[in-house]
Design a protein around this ligand. Sequence first.
Ligand code: F6R
Length: 365
Amino acid sequence: EKGGYPDFMLKEIYEQPRVVRDTLAGRLAGGALAIDELGLTLEELNLIDRVYVIACGTSYHAGLVAKNLIEGWARIPCEVEAASEFRYRNPIITTSTLVVAVSQSGETADTLAAIRDARIKGAKVFGITNVVGSPVARESDGVIYTKANKEVAVASTKSFIGQVVSLTLLAMLLGQVKGRLSQAQVRLLFRELGDTVQQIQRILDQQRPAIHDAALACKDASSALFVGRGMGAAISYEGALKLKEVSYLHAEAYAAGEMKHGPIALIEPGFPVIAVATKSPTYDKTVSNLKECEARGASLIVVATEGDKDICAIADHVIYVPAVRDAFSPITATVPLQLLAREVALLRGCDVDQPRNLAKSVTVE
Ligand code: F6R
C-alpha cells in the first residue's frame, strides 16, 4: 500500500508532481480558463467585491497564498481567516461576497459551520476539497476538487499542493473575469504552472542529501524559527506547522521583517533559523534579516533559488529550488520543508504518519 516507500508521508510527498498535473488537467479550454463547477455565472463572478478564505491548519496556509494571488491578479480585497474565528465574529458579508472554504477532508466542523453561516447571510460559497461528495462539497454553491486522492498520513502534504494549485486557478479566473489578466497572460501563467510538475520532481530527485544535512542541524534543537517575506512568509508558516506536527520540535514562523520586533531575542549560537529566501521582489530585504541572524550565531538553513551562490556566504545549509515566478514559489519551495520536517522527525524517532494527539479529520470543534 505504501508502494515501496517507508512511510505514507514520503509516498504522498512524492505524489505531488502528479497532483499538480491532475489538478490542472482540462482547465485550459480554447485558450481560456474553465472552471465549470463554480456554480456561479460570469456575471455573478464579476460582481464579487470581497473574498474571505476560511479554513483551518494547513488549509489556512493555502489561504494565505490565495490572498496574495487574488489581491494581486484580480484586485479584489481578500481576507484569510481561521474558520473557528470567522464563525464567532460578525464579518461583513453581502450578496457580492465570495467565501472560499478550503478543507482537505471536507468535514472540518468549524469550516462547515462557517459555510452555513455565510450562506444564510447571502454570500456565495465556493469549496476546495479533496473528498468527493463531502459535506463541504455538498453545502457549497460550487467546488473544485484537489485531485490529491486519498491522503493517509495525518500531516497534510500533497493536499496542500493541490489546494494551492486550485486556489491559483481560482485567482487567475477572477483576474480574467475582472479584466485584469488578458487571455495571453492567463495562457502564460497556465504554462508556467504546468512547468512546476517537473520542477517539483527535480527537487525530489536532487535535494534529499542537502535536506538530510539540514535535518541533522535541527534534530537536537529545542526550538526553531521559520522566516520569509510575502509568499516566503506563507511557506514558512506551513513549514513550521509541519515540523511541529511530525517532529514535536517547537517551531514558530515569522514574517522576516518582524524579526527585530521581538523574535531576534531568541537567537543564540546554534539556534536553527529556516528561511525561505527565493528570488522575489523582497529577496534583498530577507537577506539582510538573515545577516542579522547570522551575526548572532544562528544555524541558518536557507531555501534559495538555483544559481544563487551569494547565499552560501551566510547560510550553513542551502536547499535549492528551481527558479519560478514568485506567485508559484509556494508550489515548489514548500516541498523541501515537508521533507525537512519528515527527516527531523525520523532522526528524533517519531512516527511520521501518526503523530500523537492529532486526527486526520476534525469533525468536532
Ligand atoms: C496539518 C493538518 C491539519 C489540517 C486541518 C484542516 O498537516 O493536516 O492542520 O490541515 O485540520 O483539515 P481540513 O483541510 O480537512 O479541513
